[in-house]
Design a protein around this ligand. Structure first.
Ligand SMILES: NC(=O)c1ccc[n+]([C@@H]2O[C@H](COP(=O)([O-])OP(=O)(O)OC[C@H]3O[C@@H](n4cnc5c(N)ncnc54)[C@H](OP(=O)(O)O)[C@@H]3O)[C@@H](O)[C@H]2O)c1
Length: 344
């Protein structure tokens, strides 16, 4: 099977990850790449400032960059993976979905819309069926599927493992990598020797997205999970890898062995890009660390650090690769789920 796929925002940090991860993909073949207007007409290899520690795939390098519009994208892709900035994505993604394309998007607009699946396959695969409701409501032949915010994904995967104990309240302090702000996001003078508190908009995404992600799908709608999330979000001088210190207040008081077993046995899914172990637990006091743990399972696993249980509160550190598990890899997983469930 080879399904033609286009990447919008292919020259950015997430777009480059998509190009890299799709090299040799068993189901999807890159046929089109799009970037900003001034690059259109040049080849990808000529325009991209390649920032990935693997060679630029030759076949993608030879593709000519297109405008991010269905009428102008080469190769008639059935699937479009969007790594566009939010303001551009808001205009462009619905046009692709209306034109019959499955769009899987990293941009935040419409993540909380009631008819838009916000997907982590290990957590809420059944939410993909919102596509039927969306197609009916919006009159689209295609569909719009969203990835969660990168830090929301990092935190929600371990929260899903703890769901069996009843989650009431979550507090988190995040330490987020520079690459999370995009290729031109943080100037060196701010990034080095510094911590930047209050990342704009981030705490709001953490307050809203986990409840939808962990919600139940019934009768064509998502019933949000009844938890609250308060977060303080910081940009730190790390290239890749978002980390968080998390406190979870439960409505039960489990033994620590039950909690660690819940992390260790959290179920994988059978999709081409899925890790065999979504949560990797480290016992060492000083792990996880971004430099050592962000590439676990090719960047697709979340690493959970030492777990403490104090009555009904569980505390742990967690870390995931923001442009892979938090963005490009998440996008591939959602596309693979849509293929498996027959929406492509
Ligand atoms: N970085 C992360 O860790 C992360 C994680 C999760 C989600 N996200 C989300 O993913 C998206 C991409 O993030 P990023 O970090 O990859 O950003 P980025 O490095 O700034 O890349 C943005 C991409 O969009 C293209 N673009 C900009 N304006 C355009 C236009 N008018 N028409 C067509 N293409 C245009 C850029 O092309 P040019 O090179 O031509 O300007 C570039 O390829 C954003 O929505 C972001 O919020 C990012």
């Amino acid at each position: 099977m080879s399904i033609p796929v286009g990447i919008l925002g292919a020259t950015g940090l997430v777009g480059q990850r998509l190009v890299s991860l799709l090299d040799g993909h068993p189901q999807l073949e890159v046929v089109a790449l799009a970037a900003g207007d001034e690059r259109v007409g040049s080849t990808y290899a000529e325009e991209v400032t390649w920032r990935i520690d693997a060679p630029l795939p030759a076949t993608s390098g030879q593709l000519t960059l297109d405008h991010a519009h269905p009428a102008e994208l080469s190769g008639d892709p059935e699937v479009v993976l969007s790594a566009l900035p939010g303001s551009v994505a808001r205009e462009v993604e619905p046009v692709f979905a209306e034109a019959g394309t499955l769009v899987v998007s990293n941009a935040s607009f419409d993540r909380m819309a009631s008819d838009v699946p916000l997907i982590i396959p290990e957590v809420n695969a059944e939410h993909i069926h919102l596509i039927e409701h969306q197609r009916e409501a919006r009159g689209w032949d295609g569909a719009l599927v969203k990835n969660p915010n990168c830090t929301a994904a990092t935190i929600t995967i371990p929260l899903a493992a703890l769901g069996q104990f009843g989650i009431e309240q979550v507090r988190a302090v995040t330490m987020q990598a520079i690459s999370g702000a995009g290729a031109d996001g943080v100037m060196a003078i701010d990034a080095i020797d510094n911590v930047l508190p209050n990342i704009p908009g981030e705490a709001d995404k953490l307050a809203s997205e986990p409840a939808k992600l962990l919600g139940s799908y019934t009768g064509g709608r998502i019933e949000p999970a009844g938890l609250t999330v308060d977060a303080a979000c910081h940009r730190v001088p790390v290239i890749d890898g978002h980390m968080a210190s998390v406190w979870v207040d439960l409505d039960t008081s489990p033994e620590i062995d039950a909690v660690t077993e819940a992390f260790d046995t959290f179920s994988p899914v059978d999709l081409p890009s899925a890790p065999t172990q979504p949560i990797v637990r480290r016992q060492e006091l000083r792990r996880p660390r971004p430099r050592y743990d962000r590439d676990e399972a090719g960047g697709m696993s979340v690493t959970v650090g030492p777990v403490r249980v104090d009555d009904s509160t569980v505390q742990f550190e967690c870390l995931a690769h923001n442009t892979i598990r938090g963005a490009a890899g998440a996008c591939l997983l959602a596309a693979e789920l849509a293929i498996e469930t027959g929406y492509v």
